[in-house]
Design a protein around this ligand. Structure first.
Ligand code: AMP
Ligand code: ZN
Length: 457
């Protein structure tokens, strides 16, 4: 069966033709670990997870590498300015950058697990690939694609004629997009930094042929993808804001370095919005998955919600939306548990249609429509249950989970949130006290690796 995926480069669906038959190698841009991920970030990571799960369901063997950015992402990265985000967080929290990275990497993995994002094959850290980055930068200078000024190395975008193709930016647009003061050492205002001179920085600084400094954000992904997946691999994923400058820069670096195309297909997920604007930490309009959980929603209700929209469209998050998804998810689990003991029967062409949907550029809304159609159909109950269990390998909704009964009584959501914070702060006395308070309200709490779970007695 042919799998067709939308390639951002060229803006059309293309047939997936893996370099090795039945094997797909994927690189996914991961989090910058200076803060918690919000549900917008999770939507993008969930898209990559759905891609891997879908390809596996269709019989491919998938290797996915996701980087952990623990250096080099500047506060003002589109303009190559500002302080490193890791250093800002370290200062604010009075910790070392390493402590910040360790804590938020763990928090990211925990939050991702709550929405059933499966583990990638590897999570390389940028700070562990500095020698590989330096080697690429040296080669780029040698080939005339980069130049050094005062210990900082810039990529010369005029040396790479297709710069701008991925994002469909022309050089003029790139120029007019540059606001404010331009670094006078750049030959072209659109040139980006490969290596930054340490300057005042004392932390996260490495020796290099250009003196002490630290890498730019974009070079990390070229170095880690090539080091771990080879100089040609099948798919690269990210969020739509990664198209420019991050992935545009990555293409310029990797292709100038290797002398050929490196990535087969570029795929990008569009944003999660809150009240019509992009969910973003900087503007303060965001939720963490733990906050939804503390409000009494199953974290997988967020996954259910995300499955209703095509990954390439924006999705607006709303209280009604998550409540509706939570309800629908519970209902589906309840139905599945009823059907499980029913008689088996003909599954008709349902599974083929499910496969067609996911093979058509991950059309999960169509797959979810099929779930609804199957539910209403007169297919035998045992066959319905079997199909839903199979499909759940892609959907990841824990449909087999015993259905929870009841809704939270008044005040319980606040207690659950307080207990979650207490556990995060390792205040186990408070967490035990809150557990008994919840019990008195009839809410039974258990602790799982994915966080606390509750049910109403
Ligand atoms: P960051 O840690 O800031 O590099 O972001 C991690 C990933 O989340 C990136 O791939 C972004 O494209 C993506 N992202 C950021 N904001 C949103 C949003 N509101 N909706 C969906 N994805 C997002
Ligand atoms: Zn990246």
């Amino acid at each position: 069966m042919t799998v067709r995926l939308f390639n951002t480069l060229g803006r059309k669906k293309e047939e997936l033709k893996p370099l090795e038959p039945r094997k797909v190698r994927i690189y996914s841009c991961g989090p910058t670990v200076y803060r918690y991920v919000h549900i917008g970030n999770l939507r993008t990571f969930m898209f990559a997870d759905l891609l891997c799960r879908s390809l596996e369901y269709l019989g491919y063997d998938v290797t996915q590498v996701m980087n952990i950015t623990d250096v080099g992402h500047l506060v003002d990265d589109s303009l190559d300015r500002g302080e490193d985000k890791m250093l800002v967080a370290a200062r604010l929290e009075n910790k070392s950058p390493e402590e910040i990275a360790t804590a938020y990497t763990q928090a990211f993995l925990d939050d991702a697990a709550k929405v059933n994002i499966r583990r990638a094959s590897r999570y390389p850290k940028a700070t562990e690939f500095i020698p590989q980055m330096i080697a690429i930068i040296e080669a780029l200078i040698e080939k005339g694609h980069a130049y050094e000024v005062d210990g900082t190395v810039y990529y010369d975008i005029s040396s790479f004629p297709t710069y701008g193709h991925l994002s469909r930016n022309t050089t003029d647009q790139l120029l007019s997009g540059v606001r404010g003061e331009v670094d006078p050492r750049k030959r072209h205002p659109g040139d980006f930094t490969l290596w930054k001179s340490a300057g005042e920085h004392r932390l996260q600084v490495w020796e290099s042929p250009w003196g002490p400094g630290f890498p730019g954000w974009h070079i990390e992904c070229s170095a880690m993808s090539i080091a771990l997946l080879g100089d040609r691999f099948d798919i690269h994923t990210g969020g739509s804001d990664n198209v420019f400058p991050h992935h545009e820069a990555e293409i310029a670096q990797s292709e100038a370095y290797t002398g050929h195309q490196v990535v087969g297909l570029w795929m990008h997920a569009d944003h999660l919005l809150l009240s019509g604007t992009r969910m973003a930490k900087s503007s303060g309009n965001f939720f963490r998955i733990t906050e939804l959980e503390a409000q009494g929603f199953d974290p997988l209700a967020f996954r259910f919600l995300a499955l209703q929209a095509k990954y390439r469209t924006k999705l607006n998050f709303s209280a009604e939306g998550i409540a509706g998804a939570n309800h629908a998810l519970r209902q589906l689990r309840a139905r599945l548990s009823e059907w499980s003991s029913g008689r088996d029967g003909d599954r008709r062409d349902f599974d083929q249609r499910f496969r067609n949907a996911i093979a058509d550029d991950l059309d999960l809304p169509a797959a979810m429509a099929l779930v609804a159609e199957l539910t209403r159909s007169d297919v035998a109950p045992g066959a319905k249950a079997a199909l839903l269990r199979d499909w759940d390998r892609v959907l990841g909704l824990d449909l087999d989970q015993a259905p929870v009964e009841g809704t939270l009584p008044a005040g319980a959501a606040e207690l659950l949130e307080a207990r979650r914070s207490a556990r995060e702060a390792k205040d186990f006395a408070a967490s035990d006290r809150l557990r008994s308070e919840l019990e008195q309200l009839g809410v039974m709490v258990t602790d799982t690796p994915g966080g606390q779970r509750w049910r109403v007695a």
